[in-house]
Write a protein that binds this ligand. Structure first.
Ligand SMILES: *Cc1c(COP(=O)(O)O)cnc(C)c1O
Length: 347
């Protein structure tokens, strides 16, 4: 199967497996694992943050960050389809006791005006206070869309003005940095906390980091224990992360080029894709205009050996390029997807 369901589908490469096999390890709970320590140092540097803490998943990284930044009963603002709202099973309510206040907007990007409109100061007797604004970059549900740096800076500025804490769900922040041709630190440095995922485009079997000030990361380390995320000889998997930072960052541009090629190839033969959506490694395909339901479309694609997946949008599927997808896979997908979906050539 040409597995375009997600960039989480990658398997560790031979080079990554060699790095895993050779990893120096120790008790990471006691900060005695040299490979985990090295990974945390590299991640902090990459994100322009004082410190980073290794955790099993980016979901845990997000949940720890939200817990660090607010008290139960406070509110978190984010785009309505953000991962923390729609893909973490209510985690912000469960782990941080937060009220969620969704913002509706295009492409995952809200405006300073929306923040002004939606923020609540809170009072002593009735109204909860908005404490956190969370930004997702790249934004998953909108198809891996990227925040332009000036828009991001405007949100950070307004957030500060309003006295909010700022969280970046940067599960794919390296895709955003690649698309903009800037460093991840330029995106992540102004935030109070940052989550980054290692098991997406970076190709690790698991792992993520939460980053922020040393004071906040001291709290994050406590919460990591409470959440059951403190490990032992975790260097065995952290080695994959160190390897990924060294070998799998520059190549993200290849994933983006392949997504673009896929989108253009599909567009040319009349498959409903929006070319301007394709800024990173996602291509969304709207099967609605083809008269197909998403399940039926996925079934037909599977019969042609193509794996796509659902999105939060009822008629839109997505194809995601990653380390285990090469040029030949993309060319075959360009041929097989229209065949499977019965799309007609554009006149
Ligand atoms: C995948 C993802 C996460 C969670 O990552 P896991 O490591 O799978 O828990 C968080 N945020 C966004 C935007 C994601 O796409």
């Amino acid at each position: 199967m040409i597995d375009l369901r997600s960039d989480t589908k990658t398997k560790p490469s031979p080079g990554m497996r060699a790095a895993i096999a050779e990893a120096e390890v120790g008790d990471e709970q006691r900060r005695e694992d040299p490979t985990v320590n090295e990974l945390e140092r590299l991640a902090a540097e990459l994100l322009g943050q004082p410190e980073a803490v290794y955790v099993p998943t980016a979901t845990m990284a997000n949940e720890i960050a939200l817990r660090v930044l607010a008290e139960p009963g406070d509110e978190v603002l984010a785009e309505e389809n953000s991962h923390i709202f729609v893909s973490e099973l209510g985690g912000p309510a469960v782990f941080a006791g937060l009220m969620t206040r969704p913002l509706r907007c295009a492409n995952g990007r809200f405006t300073p005006e929306q923040l002004h409109e939606r923020v609540r100061q809170g009072d002593a007797t009735h109204t909860p206070a908005t404490r956190i604004v969370s930004v997702e970059n790249t934004h998953n549900a909108s198809g891996g869309r990227v925040w332009p740096l000036d828009e991001l800076r405007a949100i950070v500025g307004t957030g500060r003005e309003l006295g909010l804490s700022l969280h970046l769900d940067g599960a794919r922040v390296l895709n955003a940095a690649t698309a903009l041709g800037i460093s991840a630190a330029e995106i992540a440095q102004p935030f109070d906390t940052v989550a980054i995922c290692l098991s997406k485009g970076l190709g690790c079997p698991l792992g993520a980091l939460v980053a922020g000030s040393s004071e906040r990361m001291a709290k994050a380390r406590r919460l990591k224990h409470q959440f059951g995320g403190a490990m032992r000889q975790a260097g065995i998997v952290a080695a994959a992360g160190v390897y990924a930072f060294q070998h799998n960052v520059d190549r993200l541009a290849e994933d983006h080029a392949r997504a673009r090629r896929l989108a253009e190839g599909l567009y040319d033969v009349g498959v409903p894709v929006e070319l301007e959506q394709v800024e990173t490694n996602f291509v969304q395909i709207d099967v609605g205009p083809l008269g197909l339901g998403p399940e039926e479309a996925l079934e037909r694609l599977a019969q042609q050996g193509i794996g796509l997946s659902m999105t939060v949008h009822p008629t839109r599927l997505r194809a995601v390029t990653h380390l285990d997808i090469d040029d030949e896979d993309v060319e075959r997908a360009v041929e097989l997807i229209p065949r499977a979906l019965g799309a007609l050539a554009r006149a």
